[in-house]
Design a protein around this ligand. Structure first.
Ligand code: NAP
Length: 325
């Protein structure tokens, strides 16, 4: 079978290679999934390059810890290992696992959930980590008036919809080309990060900082006293890329009028089930802009990085079903 191999850090076009590898066999408690799609996100550009360097403590110091690219998937159950009780061959599922960008992947049963009935497999692939991050960022936020930076990307498009589903008043920050998208997701106000003053001259109960570029001083200016800054993303510098700003926010918290909370998302079966319900109830939907073939992943990563993608992109791995014995 084909898989996207990532054996060293560097430029995506140089270090990501499509290779023929052995198909895995599902062990006890595992499900063999025929992968249909794997999402790309704003994090992939960093993961492939191993940036910021400080993140290599988690991803592998000298080379990527995961030999195969991809952390999420949607696909069809091909076979199940001993002890698997909830899923069966033919079920369409979505979930998370390290190294999903391969035609077949063996995934622990607990990391898969039946896909929402009203989504295609490509759309379902775009849900897990971006939506986990958004749902957990909203739990960390306080109050009703929310400012969401990076509102037009993978995490932001879920954050806007989930916030509106909770009855929040939402102001989203994005580029002018995507203002219509963010308004269409329900945002009450949209600010242009290329032109408008940060916060648009208003104040908010919470700032969910997905893109991660405003100074802590600017954050303090737009958050009401006692409000919350949820730090999700980071930008700038190869060594820390915003992690230093997270640290400064936490260390200086006693002297600030707002509460900083660093969000490191947690993969969660309960959240995936909750998101499935919200999607099937029509309250949230993935914004899937583009589907790329496996051999165009480096191009896709650069397109996401440049902001050419509205919402999310996925890689298609659709392979014909294997003949049944
Ligand atoms: N903490 C966690 O657990 C966690 C989990 C997932 C992701 N993340 C991080 O969250 C960040 C976003 O991820 P993503 O997948 O949503 O990325 P993405 O899909 O590439 O979206 C990036 C967003 O940032 C916006 N943006 C670009 N330049 C901006 C600027 N100068 N000012 C304000 N906004 C700007 C983009 O808007 P336009 O395209 O409209 O310009 C877009 O909405 C990344 O840093 C990622 O690593 C963190």
């Amino acid at each position: 079978m084909k898989a996207l191999v990532h054996q060293r850090y560097g430029d995506p076009a140089e270090v990501l290679t499509v290779e023929a590898v052995d198909r895995p066999e599902p062990r006890a408690g595992e499900v063999l999934v025929r992968v249909a799609a794997v999402p790309l996100s704003g994090t992939d550009w960093h993961l492939v390059r191993g940036l910021p360097y400080v993140a290599r403590f988690a991803t592998g110091l000298t080379r990527p810890r995961n030999r195969f690219f991809g952390l999420e998937l949607a696909g069809t159950v091909e076979a199940v290992g001993p002890g698997v009780t909830t899923l069966h061959p033919g079920d369409e599922v979505f979930g998370w696992h390290a190294g999903t960008c391969a035609e077949y992947v063996a995934v622990p049963e607990q990391q898969l959930v039946p896909k929402p009935a009203n989504l295609t497999l490509a759309e379902a692939a775009a849900v897990p980590i971006s939506a986990f991050t958004a749902i957990q960022a909203l739990r960390a936020a306080t109050g009703r008036r929310l400012l969401i930076s990076g509102a037009s990307g993978g995490v932001g498009t879920y954050a806007v919809q989930l916030a509106k589903a909770q009855g929040a008043e939402v102001t989203g920050i994005c580029s002018p080309a995507k203002a219509d998208l963010v308004r269409g997701l329900g945002a009450d106000h949209v600010l242009d990060h290329t032109r408008d003053e940060f916060g648009g001259g208003r104040t908010f109960d919470s700032l969910i900082d997905v893109f991660g570029n405003p100074s802590l001083k600017d954050c303090g200016r737009v958050i009401e006293p006692g409000g919350t800054l949820v730090l999700v993303g980071g930008s700038g510098g190869k060594w820390f890329m915003g992690v230093d700003r997270w640290l400064r926010a936490v260390l200086t918290a006693p002297f600030r009028r707002f509460k900083p909370k660093v969000l490191v998302h947690r993969d969660s079966r309960d959240d995936l089930l909750a998101l499935k319900d919200l999607i099937e109830d029509g309250k949230v939907r993935p914004v899937l802009d583009r589907v790329y073939p496996l051999d165009q992943v480096p191009t896709a990563i650069e397109d996401v990085r440049r902001g050419d993608v509205r919402g999310q992109a996925v890689i298609s791995l659709a392979v014909p079903p294997a003949p049944r014995p």
